[in-house]
Design a binder for this molecule. Structure first.
Ligand code: FAD
Ligand code: AMP
Length: 475
């Protein structure tokens, strides 16, 4: 007879593995099946995020930013260097070692929580049976009271330029380059494109980023986006907007990328291309025909507001369902589903999910942009505070960017916070907590912030929303 579990999770990325761990914490018998295989053939838990996404990209962003700072900031601190040399092999070894530690950590977490962790491909059959194909091809079957699908996403490929993983690369390839490409073209100025473009620019590539949209960072508050565009231009990132890529020709070890903009047909010749035009949900061979689970027109697994699919006791979380493709969104959905399965209260507040772009300066936001607030017709006020007036940012030689807060004109409740500047990704946590607790701008004003800290910029932005900033002569 097939092994039976309370919960079977398919996928051990940042959506699936927290689901399994919380379900085990809730006293349930849990199995988690994952098929991830690294390019060296090793099997690892952690999904895209740990193996080929969030973690390796942040490792390289950190290393490359240190190179940039050593080249451009050390002199201002009075630190003399005699030429900075980059040892890319060591940098990449460090990245790989961080990834190995983190993915090994997931295996250890499973063990500690009592989750049965299995490497292999999972396929949902009717009646919540799951067929597991092991890496050696052997098949087995388990049954579960509940199944949670957390199969994640994969990069979108442009039909006119297929990945060859040498010249035409996806984001995973771009994290594992073993040499700095002299000329690089990134297609797509989204979060992933900007982060990867920044890494290789700092390490010495000439980088052109082609973006089909006319607006830079259309998802972000446009005041923030304008500041980001200015900073990236200063760093030598050549971002071309309104540039729709139509194809590429690989010849003589180079790639000619063809695109159209307002002036007509254009091209750029480079050594490598990173295609970063988005990600799409992944559900290959995940569902037998009679499971009752449906996909929507874009290939996402259809779920209700609580992540239930149409099939009884089958749930889906993370990148394979609607909503922002972010690790922390998938994690919260997974934990909430595990609690619902155990009969506990759970809620995911989709209106308060922070977004972070780990460029320098960092860019982070939570809640609505000014454009969204305007479109909603809500009366609002704004407070902006520049890091140039923040002592800690000055001391860090990082006094660029600003904090912007939007609050309702009548109730003063915080509608959105937008930060571009040093450690914006850390600072946004305070704004997120404030919004989660439905704080007003006045609540932030009355909260004592340690001096001198970057967080004081948020405090001052809240004060500025009532024209009471202390440290800014303009407000
Ligand atoms: P995944 O992480 O894709 O995991 C799904 C897992 O399921 C994989 O291991 C897959 O092999 C497995 N699987 C799929 N089908 C099956 C099957 N049938 N049987 C068994 N196993 C299966 N997000 C952030 O929040 N912050 C960031 O800084 C960030 N940076 C990123 C940088 C890059 C370069 C990329 C590519 C992405 C980044 N993301 C970031 C996005 C983030 O990685 C995803 O949102 C997140 O990984 C989604 O988690 P998930 O668990 O839904 O899916
Ligand atoms: P994201 O969805 O945030 O990962 O960003 C992907 C970006 O790629 C978006 O800003 C898209 O507008 C952009 N994009 C998609 N297709 C193309 C294309 N053919 N040429 C240039 N940019 C594109």
């Amino acid at each position: 007879m097939a092994d039976t579990y309370d919960v079977a999770v398919i996928g051990a990325g940042p959506a699936g593995y927290p689901t399994a761990i919380r379900a085990a914490q809730n006293g349930l018998k849990v199995v988690c099946v994952d098929e991830w295989k690294n390019r060296d053939g090793s099997l690892a838990f952690g999904g895209t995020c740990l193996n080929a996404g969030c973690i390796p990209s942040k490792a390289l962003l950190e290393s490359s930013e240190l190179v940039h700072r050593a080249q451009s900031e050390f002199a201002a601190h009075g630190i003399k260097t005699q030429g900075i040399a980059v040892d890319l092999a060591t940098m990449q070894k460090r990245r790989a070692s961080i990834v190995r530690t983190m993915t090994g950590g997931v295996a250890a977490l499973f063990k500690a929580a009592g989750v049965t962790a299995v490497h292999g491909h999972g396929r949902l059959l009717s009646g919540r049976r799951v067929e597991i194909t092991a890496p050696d091809g052997t098949r087995s079957e388990i049954a579960a009271r509940h199944v949670v699908l957390a199969s994640g996403s994969v990069p979108v490929e442009l039909p006119s330029m297929r990945f060859d993983h040498q010249r035409i690369c996806d984001s995973w390839d771009a994290l594992e380059f073993d040499a700095v490409p002299p000329r690089l073209c990134v297609i797509g100025a989204g979060i992933i494109g900007l982060e990867l473009g920044s890494v290789w620019r700092r390490l010495g590539s000439q980088v052109v980023i082609l973006e089909a949209l006319e607006n830079f960072l259309a998802v972000a508050d446009q005041q923030l986006a304008a500041e980001a565009a200015r900073q990236f231009k200063r760093q030598g990132l050549d971002v071309r907007l309104g540039a729709r890529v139509s194809g590429a020709r690989v010849a003589d070890g180079t790639v000619r990328v063809e695109y159209a903009d307002a002036r007509g047909s254009q091209s750029v010749t480079v050594d490598k291309v990173i295609v970063a035009v988005g990600r799409k949900p992944y559900a290959a061979d995940l569902l037998a025909a009679d499971t009752g689970v449906k996909l929507d027109e874009k290939g996402f697994i259809s779920v209700d507001a609580e992540c239930r699919t149409g099939a009884e006791n089958v749930w889906a979380v993370g990148d394979c369902v609607r909503g922002p493709m972010l690790a922390h969104k998938g994690k919260e959905e997974g934990v909430a589903v595990a609690d619902r399965i155990a009969g506990r209260y759970a809620h995911v507040n989709y209106a308060v999910i922070p977004s972070v772009i780990y460029t320098a300066p960092e860019i982070a936001w939570v809640g609505q942009t000014e454009e969204q607030v305007k479109a909603s017709g809500t009366a609002y006020k704004t407070g902006v505070f520049p890091f140039s007036a923040n002592g800690r940012a000055r001391a860090m030689e990082a006094a660029v960017g600003f904090v912007k807060i939007l609050a309702a004109g009548d109730t003063d409740s915080i509608l959105g916070v937008h930060i571009i500047g040093p450690l914006a990704g850390e600072l946004i946590a305070e704004a997120t907590l404030a919004m989660e607790f439905q704080a007003s701008a006045e609540d932030l004003q009355r909260t004592i912030h340690a001096h001198p800290t970057l967080a004081e910029a948020l405090h001052e932005a809240a004060l500025a929303s009532d024209k009471r900033a202390i440290d800014n002569i303009n407000k």
